[in-house]
Design a binder for this molecule. Structure first.
Ligand code: GLC
Length: 714
């Protein structure tokens, strides 16, 4: 390879979205392009591959990348919603289907899974995360990697996964996208890096560097991250790619004096491929000639690119034959999307068993709100290739299922979720008065979450709360269904509705999933993968927090309204809480109601004391004391009571979905190996330290069913 051809392999350029601009065609033939992104017109992709493999000197095929975040043409729930299923098999199946649909369009590389820690609901990209917990994100991220890549990267329907954004992006200060991140190394190793290691262990073929400034050195130019951790410690040979323009932005960050220095920082840090900016092709030659970098360094970067192309078998099979793939959005794909959507929805309130609705008791139903019948909005953010024509909306499904048996009135009431106009309220109130029940579909449009779409106030936008007030005043049973890309602060509306279903953005099959749940064909089983704060001022608020030296309790925290006049300084409690918001969330991590009712009892460990390297079993009895069959997501949490570095008050270490009929009882069991308790200590060594551990089993992160065990050094 000539130097130019080597550097060409490190360049990822934006495709022409169905066309081949002359400059791209020419660059491909001259071997100056290693990969293309956002080209999913299969004929165009095949022509690009023909130019690369049949007209260029070396015939090196192209990687073709696409953001297939939660589906391609068939859209599954947002990743945050998929996490709410607590069902990795569904996540894997969804990614497998997405891979087939994307591969049929010529994509061979997907910029997913997104493995950032989602602990700040102001951050628009929390929608793309699998929530706040490293263990959950690890399990779901590995499942998505397996789904995209299948068992064989060389298969025509395999798509290389790309674990992103490496690393720490979710800690953007203030929940403001692209903002600075300051993360102590032990927090990086014990929280933020954990899912990336899990994804690589699952075979992830590539990683994408984050935009963000990580402790003063932006990830895209961070040698500790891209070489010391990724290559030296983890021994990974995965391809690393920058985020969009993030190499050039090393200059904008102020890490580099100009774009040549930006190329130097990224190249020497260990970044293989540059997305969209052109610092490598503009400056690597000069850096080499100036002796700033070596050709061996360039060769190492190029090798990581070529290795992935060989693994994808692109040299032998660069072309895509769409006829070799199942039709997109076929019945099987839609069924899988429906199941994922059904299991993603979380029942947050159900007073007096307002749900499930009974069709034969409803002769008139009011369906109200801007998200009841919007084929596009229900798909959510990052649904580039989602086809709204396949969308089945709640209203459409209701009419199809009950149109003859029920009088269904639909009032949009608000043009968008941001509308401030109350002109539509009158018709909504009238419909509510005339109906036996109201189904209200509110939340956030897709554009209000996702990249660069952060909110400082995470309540229902626009006049939606006013609409709830107006409808609550009517007195007709009121069921609220919220679609959103983040946790919302819903405390002010909770008492005004009889039931609340939180559906994230459920995707193509939102309608059938929600109607099945609303009418009890299946019980809600989703559980929150992220904490819901009472007020945005509580953020960051997550379950796996540290104990602090002054943990709050109901007795050591005082509400602002309860403070006596002229109270003395030390009278309101010197512990960690807010006078106006307390210290508890509105809904905790792992929470979700069911139409059934589950009781846990008799938690036990197989042995009270284990030595390092051994495994114990934790069991508990689970009974469905409700009157219907339902799934329960059983969760296992541990706490290391004392460590050389303080440990969280609880950490999720296992979960399983259990189906039980009414009155049925079972024993749930989890295996815990002492390695599952390991963490990076103050010397950055991954250790499990002897000591006493608490262990819980329950239906959410506040479960009190607890026992303990002791780890000894032996
Ligand atoms: C975007 C995102 C990244 C995405 C890439 C390509 O800016 O940060 O997640 O994969 O660019 O679209």
């Amino acid at each position: 390879m000539t130097l130019d051809e080597k550097i060409g392999q490190l360049c990822l350029v934006m495709g022409g979205e169905g066309t081949i601009p002359d400059w791209i065609g020419d660059a491909v033939v001259r071997g100056r392009v290693g990969a293309v992104l956002n080209e999913v017109h299969v004929d165009t992709v095949n022509e690009l591959q023909r130019l690369a493999t049949e007209e260029s000197r070396l015939g090196i095929p192209l990687l073709n990348g696409r953001d297939v975040i939660h589906g391609f043409e068939t859209i599954f729930p947002l990743p945050l919603g998929q996490a709410a299923t607590w069902n990795p098999e569904l996540v894997e199946r969804g990614a497998r289907i997405a891979a087939r649909e994307a591969a049929a369009a010529g994509a061979n590389w997907s910029y997913a899974p997104m493995l950032d820690i989602g602990r700040d609901p102001r951050w628009g990209r929390i929608a793309e995360t699998f929530g706040e917990d490293p263990y959950m994100i690890s399990v779901m991220g590995a499942a998505m990697v397996r789904g995209f890549q299948g068992g064989n990267l060389a298969a025509p329907d395999a798509v290389a996964a790309c674990a992103k954004h490496f690393a720490g992006y979710g800690a953007s200060e203030g929940g403001r996208d692209y903002n600075t991140t300051n993360i102590p190394e032990h927090e990086l190793r014990n929280v933020h890096l954990v899912p990336f290691k899990a994804a690589l262990d699952a075979g992830a073929a590539s990683l994408m560097a984050s935009f963000s400034d990580l402790n003063g050195v932006p990830a895209t130019g961070n040698r500790w991250l891209l070489t010391t951790v990724l290559r030296d410690e983890w021994g990974s040979d995965a391809l690393t790619v920058s985020d969009w323009n993030s190499v050039a932005e090393l200059y904008t960050h102020g890490l580099a004096a100009d774009h040549r220095e930006a190329a130097f920082e990224a190249m020497t840090a260990g970044l293989d491929m540059e997305m969209s900016s052109t610092t490598y092709i503009d400056h690597v030659h000069a850096l080499l000639q100036a002796g700033r970098i070596t050709e061996e360094l360039i060769d190492a970067r190029v090798a990581n690119v070529l290795r992935l192309k060989f693994r994808l078998d692109l040299f032998e099979n660069p072309y895509t034959d769409p006829a070799a793939f199942p039709a997109p959005a076929n019945a099987n794909h839609l069924d899988a999307a429906r199941l994922a959507a059904t299991q993603s929805v979380v029942l947050l309130k159900n007073d007096e068993r307002a749900l499930p609705l009974t069709a034969d008791r409803l002769s008139r139903l009011a369906v109200i709100g801007p998200l009841a019948d919007d084929e596009y909005e229900q798909l959510g953010t990052w649904a580039f290739d989602g086809n709204p024509e396949h969308s089945q909306t709640p209203l459409g499904t209701l009419r199809k299922r009950f149109g003859d048996a029920m009088e269904i009135q639909y009032i949009r009431a608000l043009e968008t979720t941001r509308s401030q106009s109350r002109d539509g309220f009158g018709d909504a109130i009238k419909a509510a008065k005339q109906s036996d029940a109201v189904l209200l579909f509110l939340g956030e449009e897709a554009i209000l979450s996702g990249e660069a779409h952060c909110r400082a106030d995470i309540g229902l936008p626009g006049a939606q709360e006013a609409l709830i007030d107006a409808l609550a005043a009517v007195g007709t049973p009121l069921v609220l269904v919220v679609m959103a890309g983040r946790p919302l602060t819903l405390e002010s509306v909770l008492d005004k509705v009889d039931a609340l279903l939180f559906a994230w953005h459920p995707g193509t099959m939102a309608g059938p999933a929600l109607v099945d749940l609303l009418f009890g064909d299946v019980s809600p089983s989703g559980k929150l993968p992220v904490t819901f704060p009472r007020m945005v001022g509580q953020v960051p608020l997550y379950y796996a927090h540290k104990h602090t030296g002054r943990p709050p309790t109901p007795h050591t925290s005082t509400h602002i309204d309860d403070i006596e006049p002229r109270a003395v300084q030390t009278s309101v409690g010197n512990t960690s809480f807010y006078l106006d918001a307390g210290y508890t969330p509105l809904f905790p991590f792992g929470f979700g109601l069911s139409y059934a009712a589950f009781e846990y009892a008799h938690i036990e460990t197989s042995i009270h004391e284990i030595m390092l390297g051994e495994t114990l079993t934790v069991t508990a009895e689970l009974t469905n004391v409700g009157d219907c069959e339902a799934d329960e997501v059983v969760q296992l949490y541990v706490r290391d009571l004392a460590g050389s570095v303080t440990r969280p008050v609880r950490e999720l270490k296992g979960f399983q979905r259990v189906s039980l009929g009414p009155g049925e009882r079972t024993t749930v069991a989890f295996q815990l190996h002492t390695d599952d308790l390991a963490f990076y200590d103050r010397h950055m060594q991954r250790v499990t330290e002897p000591g006493t551990f608490h262990v819980w089993i329950g239906g959410d992160s506040t479960t009190e069913l607890r026992t303990e065990f002791v780890v000894t050094a032996g």
